[in-house]
Design a protein around this ligand. Sequence first.
Ligand SMILES: Nc1ncnc2c1ncn2[C@@H]1O[C@H](COP(=O)(O)OP(=O)(O)OP(=O)(O)O)[C@@H](O)[C@H]1O
Ligand SMILES: [Mg+2]
Length: 354
Amino acid sequence: MTGLRINDLKKSFDSTTVLDNISFAVSEGEFCILLGPSGCGKTTILRLIAGLEQQDKGEIYIGEQEVSTLTPKERNIAMVFQSYALYPHLNVYENMSFSLRIKKTPGHEIDAVVKKTADLLDIADLLRRKPKELSGGQRQRVAIGRAIVRNPSLFLFDEPLSNLDAKLRTATRVELAKLHRKLGSTIVYVTHDQTEAMTLGQKIILLNNGIIQQIGTPDDLYGRPANVFVAGFIGSPQMNFIEGSVVVKDEKQFFRSPACTIDISNRPALKDYIGKNIIMGIRPEFLTPDEGPLTARIELVEHLGSETIIYARAAGIGITARILSGFQGREGQDITFSFDNKGIHFFHNGIRIA
Ligand SMILES: Nc1ncnc2c1ncn2[C@@H]1O[C@H](COP(=O)(O)OP(=O)(O)OP(=O)(O)O)[C@@H](O)[C@H]1O
Ligand SMILES: [Mg+2]
């Protein structure tokens, strides 16, 4: 098993730069997520690592070896795609053993590794079936099995669950997490689904427009977003953003906006921003319907069973709150919110400042 290190990668198609200044490391055995909106460059990064594209600049190390001049085959990487691309005329056993037969691995060895992997993936009783006789989730497990038997130094997954329905998707996600724990493999996993990213990832690399926005644990990205993009991308419903400024009154420091004014004397870092425009961010789960500084008019209440989402408006600004069920308020009523100071973030020119 081996880690991965990417140094200052750049890639353009024609004259358009789609990746720039991409540097990150994945340690041995780590589950690393590439997350970001459609078109941000996730698949291109995987294709560069796999050797299916050539970078314009930068280096890719697998273990200690710089692999840029190696062919895809020489890199010993397994890539699992969104479309499983199984051979339709071969059964599960033959699909899984295909690469080993090409390598002329002895039959009894193939047999042992395919059986062991099939057990691991809970597909041992499907080995004689053709792909068309399998469910989407089973096919995806065969595709993963085919990657595992090759014993690669690195696994690359490109949105492997996106063809599955919601329930199967959750189940397969849990299986993948368990599998990683068992195999201890180094994985780079692409998704634009933040739930997948937050639940599977030990490290998340969040991209936008071909640029890395933040690298960190799920907790880092949720709790200390580096900028407004990260703050808005992670978390559902999205973080509330309220524009305002820092003002001083009676030796106290306040964040003042048309929607609310709050005491921020406990945030010394904000004194450098007195008189400047800043943005306050607060996640919906940190708002509580209670005596507090923010009054808003309720526009819509969504009862989701275990929780309730309140959509409201204060001084023209949309405010979303997520609370436990039992909320009695209705559309058109006014509501006041209190919020935990710890859940508040401040940004200036898009960058987190406190
Ligand atoms: N072969 C190519 N030729 C020209 N442009 C390309 C090529 N491959 C990708 N691109 C462009 O590069 C950008 C990044 O594409 P990429 O497929 O890496 O995005 P992605 O993050 O995987 O998106 P998605 O979530 O939709 O799969 C896009 O703007 C895309 O149009
Ligand atoms: Mg893609």
